[in-house]
Design a protein around this ligand. Sequence first.
Ligand SMILES: Cc1cc2nc3c(=O)[nH]c(=O)nc-3n(C[C@H](O)[C@H](O)[C@H](O)COP(=O)(O)O)c2cc1C
Length: 215
Amino acid sequence: MSEWINKLRDSHADFDKGGLIDSIGNNPFDGFSLWFDEAISNNEIEVNACVLSTVDLSVLQSTSRIVYLKELKNEQFIFYTNYNSQKGKELLENPKASLLFFWPGLQRQVRIEGLVEKVSSEESDAYFASRPRESQLGAWASNQSEILNDRNELIFRLEELDAKYPDHVPRPPHWGGYGLSPKLIEFWQGLPSRLHDRLIFQKMDNNWSTFRKNP
Ligand SMILES: Cc1cc2nc3c(=O)[nH]c(=O)nc-3n(C[C@H](O)[C@H](O)[C@H](O)COP(=O)(O)O)c2cc1C
């Protein structure tokens, strides 16, 4: 491990792919959409994968995991999950969360912080209905974040559900979307000499103020 770390020490990116952030404009959502589209054009892998961090208020412990961003709509970043999962329980007690995107090919990072709320059941129904049958059955079969003593339990439940719902699979009531309404969005562009550019949008009294931070 330490040998490996020594080898990597001088092999990090040169951060020479971008310039100062001048394309974002005044609206951080348009700015995010622009960078997202550029990440797609740049063939970044898993463009819509982001790190979702939540905090368990009872022990003040943060936890992170990857989720897929499914939509940016009405100024909300939307992802789908199991409402009874660890993240779901944490968000119920403490709706403050963050999302983090990393697009290494473009040497860009976007940090988003804000409040999370469930999307409407109609919206969750519509998205659930668009998913492949296997994913729909999986959403029923998995008691996400609960201890699993035997993997066969999961396979057995899936087979049972497959028989129970031969045609239409309804959305489990404990599965659906969350929308994160940001209070802060930070665009980060890697630049040479570690003089990276950080452009921050912060919402104050319903207006976005912008400023830069030292890298
Ligand atoms: C690339 C990738 C995408 C994922 N997308 C989702 C997702 O959209 N929703 C989800 O609930 N879990 C997703 N997961 C699984 C989560 O990272 C996590 O393991 C799971 O949601 C349980 O998290 P929790 O126990 O902290 O609640 C994804 C994992 C990876 C690696």
